[in-house]
Design a protein. Structure first.
Length: 206
């Protein structure tokens, strides 16, 4: 198999981006390489992480474009130029339109801080705490045109402890994200992840 070329989309601190970089450096992503960071906030710390890691960046300000579709078309040009095979969303805080999603359907993944289909959308951690569930976790899924509705690749559960706050629970969730997400990318790079014929279920070979 040819090496998988990855673009990571992020908007904030970049802890999951850094986890991917560390996994690549350690050889844990098989032959996959991180070729590009896409970021919608020029001042975000993730941009400096990419510079430090020697990863190319495409940084933009959405307000300078007339529509989401306009900047997404520009992003698609950057992806095509670098022959990107897989998009990894890692705290990218922009809603995606079909302009961006459709060309990469089945080749774009996201990590969400809940056990989907529970608590999709914003503030999943706060939703879980407010609801009073005893178990939450993370989900890695393919991206489709719905809100956190794409086929599920992997999940890992995490108990909610007495006295947990949004901050303490988020810290533990981020820890398992940074372990599971690179593992999923490694499986994809090795050709061990595929959609079943029904288009809903994901088969992951061990």
């Amino acid at each position: 198999m040819k090496p998988l070329r990855i673009a990571v989309f992020a908007s904030g601190q970049g802890s999951n981006f850094q986890a991917m970089v560390n996994a690549q450096r350690s050889g844990l992503l098989n032959s996959a390489t991180i070729e590009l960071l896409v970021c919608d906030k020029p001042e975000a710390p993730v941009v400096q992480r990419a510079v430090d890691a020697g990863v190319d960046t495409f940084v933009f300000r959405p307000k300078e474009y007339s529509s989401r579709e306009q900047y997404e078309l520009e992003i698609l040009g950057e992806l095509a130029q670098r022959r990107i095979d897989l998009i990894v969303l890692a705290g990218y805080m922009r809603l995606l339109t079909p302009t961006m999603v459709n060309p990469y359907m089945g080749r774009m993944i996201n990590v969400h801080p809940s056990l989907l289909p529970a608590f999709p959308g914003k503030d999943a951690i706060g939703q879980a705490l407010e609801y009073g569930v005893k178990l939450t976790g993370i989900t890695v899924h393919f991206v489709d045109n719905g809100m956190d509705t794409g086929p599920i690749i992997a999940q890992q559960s995490l108990p909610i402890e007495a006295g947990d706050t949004a901050d303490t629970l988020a810290a533990r969730i981020h820890e398992i994200e940074q372990m599971l997400y690179p593992q999923v990318v490694a499986h994809i790079a090795a050709g061990k992840v595929r959609l079943a014929e029904d288009g809903r279920h994901v088969i992951v070979e061990q």
